[in-house]
Design a binder for this molecule. Structure first.
Ligand code: FES
Length: 358
């Protein structure tokens, strides 16, 4: 079979540095999703990753350059794998799920992202993982890592899908559930299980009952949530009411750099960000699809931040000029004062945006 290349050479300072990777395998996970195995050859050590990290593909689709980030789902030390679910016709996800073939070559940037705090592995924990749909992808690597990193971690995965046929990694999850330390609980919108708690749409009352059922007193708990914004809000709220100290660490696909449908280089609105931190003012060009914190991260600017979920307020900054848009996470007893924004939650919405964190 002739080798096809989908390489777009990264020649702009804004683009991540990428490496050519051969596609070793494309395996169907569900009717709408595939598991892609990459072979970076001699560059394999550069693709060693931490749980929840992602790689960015630089693609040339129909003559246009675009970047897409996907989570690594492979075991550490194995060939890099990403799982892609088709979300739109004609976009990158359709390319991965319908066109990509073994032997093709893609340009891929090394793993990045900071989601999993390695301190979790300093002692035994109960990891509560909440996933909806393709939100499973960063969590499956967290679950695999937790199973392997300590013999006394326990993991509970609550996984919401519309129907059984939509469950990604069903075989892998069944295999992992052979371990007494890994418990997976499926919630199916189509009512396939016939059981009250695992049937129908996930709502607040159901989540509260699930949290009560799965809560463990014996181990410190840490929670991760990944899926659509509404699902993550629901989990945040239920967790906060059930166990105020249990603040789920969010993973949002919309919060990932290079993952917006409008991120074709040279198209889509951009902004000029002026960020003052530590007595210095930095000027950064920004797309409007990334949060201000993500833009600062990508530019190598160190900004105060912790949860990246709108909860700790460490990234609070004074909006001096311009407009921003984004999420508002309500945290009891913590208000964002008028004239201030949370940089991990807000994206630029005007040509110029000026913020001070001093
Ligand atoms: S980093 Fe915690 S609120 Fe933004």
């Amino acid at each position: 079979m002739p080798q096809r290349t989908h390489i777009q050479h990264a020649d702009s300072g804004k683009m991540p540095k990428t490496l050519p990777c051969a596609v070793r395998d494309v395996r169907r996970l569900t009717s709408k999703s595939v598991l892609v195995t990459l072979d970076p050859g001699d560059h394999l050590p550069l693709f060693s990753h931490k749980p929840g990290q992602r790689v960015t593909f630089c693609l040339n689709l129909e003559g246009r350059t675009c970047f897409r980030s996907y989570n690594l789902v492979n075991e550490v030390g194995q060939l890099p794998q990403v799982a892609v679910k088709q979300v739109a016709r004609g976009g990158a996800s359709e390319f991965f799920t319908e066109e990509l073939q073994p032997g093709d070559v893609l340009n891929v940037a090394a793993p990045e992202g900071h989601w999993y705090d390695e301190k979790i592995d300093h002692k035994a924990h109960h990891l509560l993982l909440f996933a909806a749909g393709s939100g499973i992808t960063p969590l499956i690597s967290v679950a695999k890592h937790a199973l392997r990193s300590r013999p006394d971690h326990r993991i509970t995965l609550l996984y919401a899908n519309s129907a059984t046929r939509d469950i990604m990694f069903q075989q892998e999850l069944d295999d992992m559930a052979r371990s007494s330390r890994f418990n997976v609980f499926h919630i199916l919108g189509d009512g396939a299980t016939g059981e009250d708690l695992s049937t129908g749409r996930l709502d607040h009352a159901k989540l509260q009952r699930l949290l009560e059922d799965f809560h463990q007193d014996t181990l410190p708990e840490v929670a991760f949530v990944s899926g659509p914004a509404g699902f993550m809000d629901l989990v945040d709220e239920a967790a906060m009411r059930h166990t105020p100290s249990l603040t789920p660490l969010r993973f949002s696909f919309m919060q990932q750099p290079f993952l917006h449908p409008e991120d074709n280089v040279g198209s889509g609105p951009t902004s000029t960000l002026r960020v003052t931190v530590g007595g210095m003012t930095h000027v950064i060009d920004s797309t409007r699809c990334n949060t201000i914190l993500e833009t600062a991260d990508a530019a190598g600017l160190s900004m105060p931040a912790n949860c990246r979920s709108g909860i700790c307020h460490r990234c609070k900054g004074r909006l001096i000029s311009g407009h921003t848009v984004g999420r508002t996470t309500k945290v009891p007893g913590k208000e964002v004062p008028k004239g201030y924004i949370l940089c991990c939650q807000q994206r630029p919405a005007s040509d110029d945006v000026e913020i001070s964190l001093d």
